[in-house]
Design a protein around this ligand. Structure first.
Ligand SMILES: Nc1nc2c(c(=O)[nH]1)N[C@H]1C(S)=C(S)[C@@H](COP(=O)(O)O)O[C@H]1N2
Ligand SMILES: [Mo]
Length: 301
């Protein structure tokens, strides 16, 4: 497995969150003369997060462009060409353009973040991501004051993606966030897992990770990021607006029309493992609840 850029951690180096936090505080202190204000992420509960294994994270995937079976992406995504890779950043930005993955990586600071990940289908895992804050990328290109949303698009290559022959979704896969969600310090673009390059089945070379939302918001293999005034389209919302809302915040009190969202099955727990309670905003309530002050979360599901 090739190591790339600052992604030089090995599997053994994955740190508990407390260590990571200290390191971040240290870095912030060094970089900004003692200002540790860039560390608003301290969710105490994260200290106890036990990441899933590399095998679990990379063999049980949703990436419908490569098939709808959980093991289809691991089997089929090898065909995806990820080098060269260009991300078009356009819309309401000061410096629109086609940015190579290398350009982007040369500007970004890669960190490790151990996050809960909760699919709308009610399975979950804990992933030690490597990546950078989406806000850093957006600030680098300059967001214009009229921008209110961010639209994302996945690469579409029918010759490399056997799953797009099926009309299960409209292609390319698209997603969107409100600008304040996109700028939130928890929101990241992941480029690695366990210190290795992110595998193709998990969205190489870079994919969105929004840990307080259902997994389908975390769009893979991003080739376009557009700042917009209007709410952008989102693939699952287009496919079934009654079942999948634009916001899709993890919420144990708002059930999917066809199943409960109160509990989840943590991958790796074994066949007879007890389901565990799903946490409001997937456990990130302290960090993100204020984004939705005054909003009816049943209406804006
Ligand atoms: N382009 C694209 N992105 C996607 C998907 C997809 O089918 N295509 N599936 C989504 C869903 S439903 C989930 S749960 C997560 C799964 O991420 P993982 O396979 O890395 O666990 O990716 C999301 N991003
Ligand atoms: Mo999902």
């Amino acid at each position: 497995m090739a190591y790339r850029w600052k992604n030089t951690l090995s599997e053994e180096d994955v740190t508990p969150y407390s260590t990571f936090l200290n390191r971040r505080q240290l870095m912030a202190g060094l970089a900004a003369g003692g200002i540790a204000a860039s560390v608003p992420l301290a969710s105490r509960a994260q200290d106890a997060l036990e990441p899933n294994t590399w095998e679990e994270i990379t063999n049980y995937c949703n990436y419908y462009e490569f098939g709808t079976g959980k093991d289809d992406p691991a089997r089929n995504a090898g065909a995806l060409t990820i080098d060269p890779w260009t991300v078009r950043i356009d819309g309401l930005v000061d410096r629109p353009g086609d940015y190579s993955f290398a350009d982007i990586m040369s500007q970004m600071t890669i960190e490790e973040r151990i996050y809960r990940f909760r699919c709308v289908e009610a399975w979950s895992m804990v992933v030690p991501w490597n990546g950078f804050e989406l806000a850093d990328l957006l600030n680098w290109v300059g967001v214009q004051s009229s921008a209110r949303y961010v639209a994302f698009e996945t690469v579409l290559r029918p010759e490399e993606m056997p799953g797009v022959a099926s009309r299960v979704l409209e292609w390319p896969y698209v997603e969107g966030l409100r600008l304040d969600e996109a700028m939130h310090p928890l929101t990241m673009m992941a480029t690695g897992i366990y210190g290795r390059d992110i595998p193709k089945q998990n969205g190489a070379p870079l994919r969105l990770v929004v840990p307080w939302k259902y997994g389908f918001k975390s769009i893979k293999s991003v080739v376009r990021i557009t700042l917009t005034e209007d709410e952008p389209p989102a693939s699952w919302n287009i496919a079934n607006p009654r079942e999948y809302g634009f916001y899709s915040n993890v919420n144990p009190q708002v059930d999917h029309p066809r199943w409960s969202q109160a509990t989840e099955r943590r991958l790796g727990g074994g066949l007879f493992a007890k389901r565990q309670p799903t946490l409001m905003f997937n456990g990130y309530e302290a960090e993100v609840a204020s984004l939705y002050d005054g909003m009816d979360l049943r209406e804006f599901f």
